[in-house]
Design a protein around this ligand. Structure first.
Ligand code: IFM
Length: 506
């Protein structure tokens, strides 16, 4: 396999992956306009509770691992926290109006578990539940489809104190919480997502230490992988017992599109594909763990936390798979001579997010890059969607996150009549979105059952370890006044939604 051959990251280890998908055609070709999306394709935007809500100590909300982590010196850029974030909790009605103004057909939000159960177990906090009832009712009144995620990383701190996701009990607590939310919102939610990006929860939270709770232990990270998978299965079962409206049940994964360099590329791809992709896809969709991952990680853990019957619990029928895509990954096996790059696109806090794959080296990739330093590669999205469809043809897909951070600034535009308005000119983000919507359209043209696309993110927000320094929103937030301003990319997206056709970029 040569360095310019590519593979998508989702194939079964037993299947040769390198040529599963036609080689990419490059970024330059991903700038079409005029492509029309099929009827029923759902255009929306996404956020997450800790990143936007604020009101961290209000109405009975308990502390989450992100409250603890963000208040720990040295963990977050500039010492930022989610205490206030976008103040969305207090601006719910005007934010809902903004979504309506944009023409969103769906809104993907997450529910803060510690608002519902302040210590992670026990009865529901009615004020917390009420916030999400108001949110969902507000969406439905405006004709916007609610896509609810139960867990986007804000674990109640009290559960972390008992071991967090490395403790099996957390999976059962999660199912109880899912049941509470199913009872509260069950006839109103059309798509339930159990977990957002369990890769991040497990490996960044318990392996590298870049995310809350900031632990650095490979065995704990792998235990967390399993308990998150188990939590998903138990939560789907719990929801099915209580909801009445036949919704879609889903999970969202940040699957890695992995390319290999040189002769060792295929082996490095196999290892990272196993840890990043197959360790989730295979139990969820086939009811087993990949044998090669168990072997690769045998020095880290014996996987004794997988109990008889667990895989049947995990392997629940899925109606939809959520796909979050931003960039690609380039790997090879470290030859022991060049300095090892530990940069896999996330903050380096000292631990490894790749237990058992110590010899895999992550290489810099050709640009252009977003403000995160992530390479812009729309071909990767098409490859990923096509590859998933090839492997799981009956499984509908949705892009549940895609977007980009750029260094936006708000300006005052003066019209011919002297009227002054705020504006944010973000041509790089519009260009990024145009290329990735084109990639999604191409995937549909190649037969992929792609049901929709949720742009990350509706508004600038708390970008985890990077605090407020990275702006992913299509809506600009002034973090002093909390005033919202539509960026040019938001206006472009509105036009796309209104016409269902990719607009040209001016
Ligand atoms: O902001 C995050 C989001 O919470 C999860 N997916 C990736 C985004 C950008 O880093």
């Amino acid at each position: 396999m040569t360095s310019d051959q590519t593979t998508t990251s989702t194939a079964d280890a037993a299947t040769p992956t390198a040529d599963a998908v036609a080689p990419t055609v490059g970024n330059a070709d991903y700038r079409d306009s005029g492509l029309t999306f099929p009827d029923g394709f759902i255009f929306g935007s996404a956020t997450a509770s800790y990143q936007i809500e604020g009101a961290a100590n209000e109405d009975g909300r308990g502390p989450s691992i992100w409250d603890t982590f963000s208040h720990t010196p040295g963990k977050i850029w500039n010492g930022d926290t989610g205490d206030v974030a976008d103040d969305h909790y207090h601006r719910l009605e005007s934010d809902l109006d903004l979504m309506k103004e944009l023409g969103l057909e769906a809104y993907r939000f997450s529910i803060a578990w510690p608002r519902i159960q302040p210590t992670g177990t026990g009865p529901a906090n009615e004020k917390g539940v009420d916030f999400y009832v108001r949110l969902v009712d507000g969406l439905l009144e405006r004709g916007i489809r609610p896509i609810a995620t139960l867990y986007h990383w804000d674990l109640p701190q009290a559960l972390e104190d008992k071991g967090g996701w490395a403790n099996r009990d957390t999976a059962y607590a999660f199912a109880d919480y899912a049941r509470i939310m199913g009872e509260a919102l069950g006839d109103k939610i059309v798509t339930w997502t159990t977990l957002n990006e369990p890769w991040c929860s497990a490996y960044l939270g318990y392996g590298s230490g870049a995310h809350a709770p900031g632990r650095m232990d490979g065995a704990d990270a792998l235990a967390a992988v399993h308990h998150l998978n188990l939590a998903h299965g138990l939560a789907v079962s719990a929801l099915k017992e209580v909801v009445t409206n036949n919704p879609d049940f889903s999970i969202t994964l940040n699957l890695h599109v992995i390319r290999g360099e040189g002769e060792t590329g295929p082996e490095a791809i196999r290892q990272i594909d196993g840890l990043a992709n197959r360790v989730f896809l295979q139990p969820l969709l086939q009811g087993s763990y990949p044998e090669d991952v168990l072997a690769d990680t045998a020095d880290v853990t014996d996987w004794a936390f997988v109990l008889p019957g667990d895989l049947e619990l995990i392997h629940q029928p899925l109606d939809l798979l959520g796909v979050n895509y931003y960039s690609t990954t380039l790997v090879r096996i470290w030859d022991g001579i060049s300095p090892r790059a530990n940069n896999d696109g996330h903050k380096d806090m000292g631990g490894s997010p790749w237990p058992g794959a110590d010899r895999v080296e992550f290489l810099a990739q050709p640009g252009p890059y977003t403000e995160m330093g992530w390479n812009i590669e729309p071909a990767g999205l098409e490859e990923l969607l096509v590859s998933l469809h090839d492997q799981y043809p009956a499984l509908p897909l949705m892009v549940t996150e895609n977007g980009a951070a750029f260094a936006d600034t708000r300006e005052v535009d003066v019209a011919a009549d002297g009227t002054e308005t705020f504006a944010v000119h973000d041509p790089e983000r519009t260009d990024y979105l145009q290329r990735h919507f084109t990639a999604a359209h191409r995937a549909i043209a190649r037969g992929v059952d792609l049901r929709g696309y949720q742009v990350w993110s509706l508004m600038d927000n708390f970008e985890w370890g990077y605090g407020y320094s990275k702006r992913f929103g299509i809506v600009y937030v002034d973090f002093d006044t909390f005033e919202r301003t539509l960026k040019d990319s938001a206006k472009w997206y509105s036009q796309l939604i209104a016409t269902r056709s990719i607009p040209a970029v001016n």
